[in-house]
Write a protein that binds this ligand. Structure first.
Ligand code: 5GP
Ligand code: MN
Length: 336
C-alpha cells in the first residue's frame, strides 16, 4: 500500500496512465473512467482508457469516447499499455475477475494500482484505494478524489462534469436510491455549475432507445414476466432466441428488471438472460432484502444489497428452476 502523498508525488510529473473498469461497462463505469480521463489529460499525463469489452451505444457520446480502447478488439495494444503504465486506475470494481483476461495483465503489471470503487469486499490487488461502500456511484468518489484528495476542483470542467453526472445519474436510478444523500445533490449542483447539461444527459442515456429495444421490452412484460406473490418476487426470463429475434445489443437489456420491481409489494425482482456462453442473472431488491447474498451463494456473483448480479454455466432452463427453488429459503425475509 502507498499513501496519498506518495501518489500525489507520482502524479506531479507526467505519467503513463491506464484507466480500466469492469466488463460490460455501465454508465457509472464509463462515466467514471472518462471523467477521470478528462481530468488527467489536463495535467499533461499520457492517458488511455482500456475497457475489457464493448459497452452500450447510449454511452458512446461521452466526451472523448473515441479515445477508449476495447481489449477484445485490440488485445496486444491493451496488454502493452497495461504493462508499461506507471499508474493503473481500476474503477467501479474491486476483484480482478470482473475485468476478464485483462485481470491477469493488471495483476502482473508493475505500475501502481489505484482502486476507486464502492462495492463490498475488495480482493486486495490494489496499492492505493479510494473506497467507500456508502457512495452511490464510483463517479461520486472520482469527484471526491479530484476535488478533495487532489485539490483540483477547478479542473472539473464541462467534459469531466458531464461524465461524472452520467455516472451518478445511472448508478442512483436517476437520484432515487437510498444512498442518494444531500451531499450527493451538492456534488450534482457543482457538476451542473461546471457545465453538465443535466437534461441533455438524461435524454442521451434514457431517450436513445431503438425501436427493437422498446418492442423487446413490451414482449418481456407481456410474455416473460412471472409473479410469485407467495414470495413477493417477480421474474423475467429471456432466451438466446428472444435476444436474436429482437436484435438486442449490449446494454439494451439494462433496466428491464426494474419494471418487475415496480409492481406494488414486490421485494425481489430477477432478470435471467441466456447469453452466448453463460446465463446471466440481475437481481434488484427493495429495503433490507440482500439480493447480493443470493448472487454470492448460488451464482458466483455479488454486488450491492439492492442491486446484484451473477452467472451460471448451467443451462438456461436449469438456472430458472434453481432460482425458483431458492425462494422458499428466503420466504421469511421476502414476506416481512
Ligand atoms: P447488473 O444486474 O446491472 O448486471 O449488476 C448490478 C450490480 O451487481 C453491479 O453494479 C455489480 O455490483 C453487481 N454484479 C453484477 N454482476 C456481477 C458479478 O458477476 N459478480 C459480482 N461480484 N458482482 C456483480
Ligand atoms: Mn458503480
Amino acid at each position: 500500500m502507498i499513501d496519498l502523498n506518495t501518489l500525489k508525488e507520482k502524479l506531479a510529473q507526467p505519467c503513463k496512465i491506464v484507466i480500466t473498469t469492469h466488463h460490460k461497462p455501465d454508465g457509472d463505469a464509463m462515466g467514471s473512467s472518462l471523467g477521470l480521463y478528462n481530468y488527467l489529460i489536463q495535467k499533461g499525463h499520457y492517458v488511455k482508457v482500456v475497457s475489457p469489452t464493448d459497452y452500450p451505444y447510449f454511452l458512446q457520446w461521452l466526451p472523448n469516447n473515441p479515445e477508449v480502447i476495447i481489449y477484445t478488439e485490440k488485445e496486444t495494444e491493451s496488454k502493452v499499455l497495461v504493462a508499461e503504465a506507471d499508474i493503473i486506475f481500476c474503477l467501479d470494481f474491486n476483484t480482478l475477475s470482473r475485468i476478464n483476461e485483462l485481470g491477469d495483465e493488471v495483476r502482473k503489471a508493475g505500475g501502481i494500482k489505484v482502486m476507486i470503487d464502492h462495492h463490498l469486499e475488495p480482493e486486495g490487488f490494489d496499492d492505493f484505494r479510494h473506497w467507500n461502500i456508502n457512495a452511490c456511484a464510483t463517479a461520486e468518489l472520482i469527484y471526491d478524489f479530484i476535488a478533495n484528495s487532489l485539490d483540483d476542483a477547478t479542473l472539473i470542467n464541462k467534459d469531466v462534469a458531464t461524465c461524472l453526472y452520467t455516472g451518478v445519474m445511472t448508478d442512483s436510478g436517476s437520484f432515487r436510491f437510498p444512498n442518494v444523500t444531500a451531499n450527493l445533490h451538492r456534488i450534482v449542483a457543482s457538476l451542473i455549475d461546471a457545465g453538465a447539461e443535466n437534461w441533455r444527459i438524461h435524454q442521451q442515456v434514457y431517450d436513445n432507445a431503438t425501436e427493437g429495444r422498446l418492442k423487446f421490452l413490451g414482449y418481456c412484460l407481456s410474455n416473460k414476466l412471472e409473479v410469485f406473490r407467495e414470495f413477493n418476487t417477480a421474474l423475467i426470463t429471456v432466451s438466446k432466441e428472444d435476444i436474436a429475434k429482437f436484435d438486442i445489443q449490449t446494454g439494451e437489456t439494462e433496466g428491464v428488471v426494474n419494471y418487475a420491481l415496480s409492481i406494488s409489494g414486490i421485494k425481489l425482482a430477477a432478470f435471467i438472460v441466456e447469453r452466448k456462453d453463460k446465463v446471466k442473472l440481475s437481481l434488484r431488491s427493495i429495503g433490507t432484502f440482500p439480493a447480493n447474498e443470493i448472487c454470492k451463494k448460488y451464482f458466483s456473483g455479488g454486488g450491492h444489497r439492492n442491486a446484484a448480479g451473477g452467472q451460471s454455466e448451467d443451462t438456461f432452463e436449469n438456472v430458472i428452476e434453481q432460482f425458483k427453488a431458492i425462494l422458499p429459503e428466503y420466504k421469511n425475509l421476502l414476506m416481512q
